[in-house]
Write a new protein. Structure first.
Length: 279
């Protein structure tokens, strides 16, 4: 009952309870499952699935040896639609898993994951991806790192998590060293959801500098995520980090890869109509 109350109060979408409450040894439940007794019985919960076609597409689009494809995505686990549609979060999370496969992603950085969506991701993508979450994190939403099995080799059993000490939104840096196959150079993969809204500019820049300082400790490292950065904030933060980390040059991977305008924005309101933002 406590778990149900927690998921529902945080907008988790009751259908995701099918993953949070399931027995790992149990047989696959039917497509439509009655709600737990505490929830309205006129609604049926649908357990989200991933098609075999999506799995086949992931393998077909996997980059050749020595190369990898990175995807970063804020999957909006806090979306208010999940509070009114009990199947919303489970359905949207399954769609995210499908898109991950259809993109041929080797490394995936997800932000605004909640416990309910994490359970769906682990069930659907666990056979194809190593899934890493922050340890000891008490925030109801967080980041995940996914590394494609057989393609990316994680070099630690657990991801590292460093909380931003002055964050008022439960933010931190999640990272793990990995290689792109056996006997390949090591790259440290880092993701974060930096402080949100315009009034938090100073804290957001401080979090960026702190994150880049972690990158500077590694020979090769990548930071991607929902950074919430305005262009001037990014430039100031990079200059400050380069001054602090003498001899280190931070480069924009999007610019280095050709600055494709189709992939310029982490969140494009012209394409993402499910929410709005004024800050």
């Amino acid at each position: 009952a406590d778990l149900i109350d927690t998921v529902v109060s945080r907008g988790g979408g009751q259908a995701s309870l099918l993953d949070l409450l399931e027995d790992d040894d149990a047989e696959e439940p039917p497509e439509a499952t009655p709600l737990p007794s505490k929830l309205p019985q006129q609604v049926q919960l649908i357990k989200a699935q991933l098609s075999q076609e999506s799995v086949d597409t992931l393998h077909a689009l996997t980059p050749p040896p020595g190369r990898f494809r990175l995807l970063s995505w804020n999957i909006d686990g806090l979306d208010e639609h999940s509070q009114t549609d009990p199947n919303d979060l489970s359905r949207r999370t399954a769609a995210v898993c499908n898109e991950i496969c259809c993109s041929g992603a080797s490394a995936v950085f997800l932000q605004e994951v909640v416990a309910a969506s994490e359970a769906v991701i682990r069930r659907l993508l666990g056979p194809m991806f190593h899934v890493f979450a922050p340890r000891g994190n008490s925030c109801p939403y967080f980041c995940l790192l996914l590394l494609q099995r057989g393609k990316m080799v994680p070099l630690e059993a657990q991801a590292n998590y460093e909380e931003f000490p002055n964050s008022t939104m439960g933010r931190g840096l999640l990272s793990i060293p990995a290689s792109v196959g056996e006997d390949r150079p090591v790259v440290t993969l880092c993701t974060a959801h930096l402080e949100s809204t315009k009034p938090c500019t100073a804290e957001r820049e401080a979090q960026l500098v702190r994150s880049l300082a972690v990158l500077a400790k590694n020979e090769s490292a990548i930071l991607a995520g929902d950074l919430n950065l305005r262009d001037d904030e990014a430039k100031r933060g990079i200059r400050a980090a380069e001054k602090q980390c003498t001899g280190t040059l931070f480069l924009d991977a999007w610019e280095l890869c050709g600055a494709d305008p189709e992939n310029r924005f982490t969140w494009d309101p012209n394409k993402n109509t499910n929410g709005g933002m004024t800050g």
